[in-house]
Design a protein around this ligand. Structure first.
Ligand code: AP5
Length: 226
C-alpha cells in the first residue's frame, strides 16, 4: 500500500476549515472527512446516534469519543481505500481523541505521513463569519456560503450552487451555541496540540484571518515547505 498523507484540520468554529477542505478537494483531488458533517448527517437521517447527539450539537457541546469513534471508522476506511491524501476536518478534536485516531490508523494497517494544520483566527472574526454563514441543507452536500463576503456568495441567495438544494442557517450558528463552541475550543485546543506533539506530529499554523484565497495560498505554501 502507498504511503498516505493525512492533514488534520483544527481551528475555532468558523475558522474556514470546511471551506479550505472543499478547495483542496476541488483543486487537488483530495478527499475530506468532517466529523461535524457526519454528525449532522446522522441527525437528518434520524439514526440512533443522530437522536442521541441532536441536542448536544445544537447547544455547541462536544459529542462523546465513543459515538465519534462509531461514526468515523467505516468512513475512514473508505476514504483511505480510494484516496492518497485525506483531510480530517475536526477530528481529533480533543486530546483523548489523539489515541483514538492512532488506534484507527494502525487498525487499518496504514502507513501515513500526518500533519496537524491549525487555522488561527480571532474570536470576533469567527463570530461575524458564523452569523453570515449559509449551509446547504442536503446532508450529502453541506456546501458552505457566506452572505458577508462577495466571493463566497451563492449564485442564487436561497439555493446551493452545487446541488440546488435550499440553503439554511446551521442550528448551532446562534450566539449562545457559538459562545459554547468557542469556549469548548479554547479549553481543549492547547491540550490537543500538546497530545499531537507528544506523538511527534508536525504542527503547522496558518493565519486564517485574511481572505479565503490568501488563506488557501498560505496553506499551500506551508505544505510545500514541509
Ligand atoms: P463542526 O462542523 O466541525 O463545526 P466547527 O468546528 O464549529 O467548525 P465550523 O464547521 O463551524 O467552521 P469551519 O472552520 O469549517 O468554517 P467554514 O469553512 O464553514 O462541528 C460541529 C459540532 O459537531 C461540534 O460543535 C461538536 O458538537 C460536533 N463534533 C464534530 N467533530 C467532533 C469531534 N471530533 N468530537 C466531538 N464532537 C465533535 O467557514 C465559516 C464561514 O466563514 C462560512 O460562511 C464561510 O463561507 C466563511 N469563510 C470561510 N473562510 C473565510 C475567509 N477566509 N474569509 C471570510 N469568510 C470566510
Amino acid at each position: 500500500m502507498n504511503r498516505k498523507k493525512i492533514y488534520l484540520f483544527m481551528g475555532p468554529p468558523g475558522a474556514g476549515k470546511g471551506t479550505i477542505s472543499s478547495m483542496c478537494v476541488e483543486r487537488f483531488g483530495w478527499t475530506t472527512l468532517s466529523t461535524g458533517n457526519l454528525c449532522r448527517k446522522h441527525i437528518v437521517e434520524g439514526t440512533d446516534i443522530g437522536k442521541k447527539i441532536d441536542f448536544i450539537i445544537k447547544s455547541g457541546k462536544l459529542v462523546s469519543d465513543e459515538l465519534i469513534s462509531a461514526m468515523i471508522k467505516e468512513e475512514l476506511e473508505q476514504a483511505f481505500n480510494n484516496f492518497e491524501t485525506v483531510i480530517l476536518d475536526g477530528f481529533p478534536r480533543k486530546s483523548s481523541q489523539v489515541d483514538l485516531f492512532w488506534n484507527l490508523i494502525s487498525g487499518l494497517g496504514l502507513d501515513a505521513e500526518v500533519a496537524l494544520v491549525s487555522f488561527e483566527v480571532p474570536n470576533e472574526v469567527v463570530l461575524d463569519r458564523l452569523l453570515n454563514r449559509l449551509t446547504c441543507s442536503n446532508k450529502n452536500c453541506q456546501a458552505v456560503y457566506s452572505v458577508g463576503c462577495d466571493s463566497l456568495l451563492p449564485k442564487e441567495l436561497d439555493k446551493c450552487d452545487k446541488c440546488k438544494s435550499p440553503l439554511a442557517r446551521r442550528g448551532d450558528d446562534d450566539r449562545s451555541a457559538i459562545e459554547n463552541r468557542l469556549r469548548e475550543y479554547g479549553e481543549s485546543s492547547k491540550a490537543l496540540v500538546a497530545a499531537h506533539s507528544a506523538k511527534g506530529t508536525k504542527v503547522v499554523r496558518v493565519d486564517a484571518s485574511c481572505g479565503v484565497e490568501n488563506v488557501f495560498d498560505l496553506f499551500k505554501e506551508l505544505m510545500a515547505q514541509k
